[in-house]
Each structure stands twice: as structure tokens, then as C-alpha cells.
Design a protein around this ligand. Structure first.
Ligand code: COA
Length: 261
């Protein structure tokens, strides 16, 4: 029995797989789904056994077909700002996770679904995946970080075209644009690809993995000096047991045994 109503969770080989599970609504993200996603990721932050996360959708057609539009009728200027900030906060929690997070996009990733995939560190998509930010067709705009992350991922011109037309692009176009990292045939293949990538990452020093994520994220921050963060992170690595172990292992021609310390 899952502890969540809208999510399924499974854990294997150090990987937490979170499956958004509202197939009858094409996995549209409502307030409860987002709260559960936040809780699940927060728990994974602290759980030592979890070394990486996969996020996918349960529907055959959808990863997530957007924010739940039925909740939009309640929105006004005041709670609209909170609605946006809450989504931004939850997706930032994913982006800033010190463990790698991979989206396996198995169908529609529209609106907030596309924004969720973009908050993940790496994206693998199936042939039937479609991406869009269709909010302008509803008289609104991407508000869970989409205007920023889509621009970061595919560049200003392409991002503006997608966000201003609201049109969907298919998986091949998404691959060519740099919106996804890998294109696969089926969801099973996508999960296998995500695991293969995670196992490669798990061979490396856990502390340095988290630091690389922080440094790369800081490249897109207005408030932070990425070069300073890089130098600070390197200094922190130099005092870690993992750095000593990694270097020694190379010199002794053996595999390192990292402890995350
Ligand atoms: N919010 C709430 N419900 C949604 C939803 C969303 N974002 N996307 C899909 N659904 C619901 C539909 O209302 C429908 O529910 P119902 O059976 O109770 O009527 C169910 O999911 C199935 O969707 P349906 O539209 O019948 O499937 P389809 O295959 O004909 O079309 C889409 C698929 C994705 C093209 C279409 O559902 C769609 O355009 N969804 C909205 C996408 C969007 O604008 N997202 C961004 C929101 S900001």
C-alpha cells in the first residue's frame, strides 16, 4: 500500500522510482500531487539508501499533461502568486537535489509536466513523447519555472517559439533541440536507460556529484558567482576522504571505494 494517493514509489538498487499516478487525468498535477511529490523528494534527500531518483508517469499516454486545469478557476491575483511560487519551490527542490534525478518521459509532457521534466537533471523520452508549454492558449504562462528552464535548455529563440505558439514538439525535435538527452522506443527501455546512466553516476564520489549539481545550477543564478562556488566546492572536495580515496585508488590501480565523506 503506497503512502501516497497520486504517486507510486518503488525502491531498488539505490534508486527511488516515483511514478505519477493519475492516469484518468493524464497525470495532471494538482495541489495534492505536488505536495506528495515534494514529500517524496524530501524523504529521498535524507534517506542514505537512495542514491538516485527516476520520475515517470503511470499513464500509457502521459508523463504529465500539465497542471490540473480544474484548479485554475479558484485562482486570483493573490493566490495565483502563491500557486506559482509553490510550484517553483517544489521544482527547485528537485533541481537542487544532491542525488541525480532523471525524468523518463513516457508520453505527453505538457505545461507543468514539461516544467517537471526540465527540473530533473537528465531527461530520457519515449518515441510517443510530446512536449509543450501551452499556457498562452489558456491566457496564462508557464509559472513553475518553465520560462527560465526552457530558455536555459534550448535557447531563447526556440524557447520563445514554443512558449508563444504553445505548440507541441515531438521527441525527435526535442532531442535535436537539446530538451531531452536520450530518445528510446518504450517506457521499459527508458527506465533501463535511466538506470544505466544512474549506475554510471553511482561509481563516482557522492560528494562531488552533489557539488557538480550545485555548480551547474549556479551557472543560471543571478545572485551567485558560479566560479566562486566552483572554487569553494573544489576546496571542500580537497578536504574530503572521498577525494583522497579517489586519487589513491587511481595511483594504486584499483577501483575507489567512496563513502560520501
Ligand atoms: N488538467 C486537468 N485535466 C486534464 C488535463 C489537465 N491539464 N489534461 C487532461 N485532463 C483530463 C481531461 O479533462 C480528461 O478528463 P475527463 O475524462 O474527466 O474528461 C482526461 O484527462 C483525458 O484527457 P482527454 O483530453 O480526453 O485526452 P485526449 O487524448 O483527447 O487529449 C491532451 C490529450 C493532452 C491533448 C488533452 O488532454 C489536453 O490538451 N490537455 C490539457 C493540456 C494543457 O493545456 N496543459 C497545460 C495546462 S497549464
Amino acid at each position: 500500500m503506497s503512502k501516497f494517493k497520486d504517486l507510486l514509489e518503488s525502491q531498488e538498487d539505490g534508486i527511488l522510482t516515483i511514478t505519477i499516478n493519475r492516469p484518468e487525468k493524464l497525470n495532471a498535477l494538482n495541489a495534492n500531487t505536488l505536495s506528495e511529490l515534494k514529500r517524496s523528494v524530501e524523504l529521498a534527500y535524507d534517506e542514505k539508501k537512495i542514491r538516485g531518483i527516476i520520475i515517470t508517469g503511470s499513464s500509457k499516454k502521459a508523463f504529465a499533461a500539465g497542471a490540473d486545469i480544474s484548479e485554475f478557476t479558484q485562482l486570483n491575483e493573490l493566490n495565483g502568486r502563491k500557486f506559482s511560487e509553490r510550484g517553483q519551490e517544489i521544482f527547485a527542490l528537485i533541481e537542487n537535489c544532491q542525488k541525480p534525478v532523471i525524468a523518463v518521459v513516457n508520453g505527453f509532457a505538457l505545461g507543468a509536466g514539461c516544467e517537471l521534466a526540465m527540473a530533473c537533471h537528465i531527461r530520457v523520452a519515449t518515441e510517443n513523447a510530446f512536449f509543450s508549454q501551452p499556457e498562452v492558449s489558456l491566457g496564462t504562462l508557464p509559472a513553475y519555472g518553465g520560462t527560465q528552464r526552457l530558455t536555459q535548455l534550448i535557447g531563447k529563440g526556440r524557447a520563445l517559439e514554443m512558449m508563444l505558439t504553445g505548440e507541441m514538439i515531438g521527441a525527435e525535435e526535442a532531442l535535436a533541440a537539446g530538451l531531452i538527452n536520450h530518445l528510446v522506443s518504450t517506457k521499459e527501455e527508458g527506465l533501463a536507460k535511466a538506470k544505466e546512466i544512474l549506475f554510471k553516476i553511482f561509481k563516482n564520489g557522492p560528494l562531488s556529484i552533489g557539488m557538480v549539481i550545485n555548480c551547474v545550477n549556479s551557472a543560471f543564478s543571478m545572485d551567485e558567482d558560479g566560479y566562486q562556488i566552483e572554487a569553494n566546492s573544489f576546496a571542500n572536495c580537497c578536504k574530503s576522504a572521498d577525494f583522497k580515496e579517489g586519487t589513491l585508488a587511481f595511483l594504486e590501480k584499483r577501483k575507489p571505494e567512496f563513502k560520501g565523506e
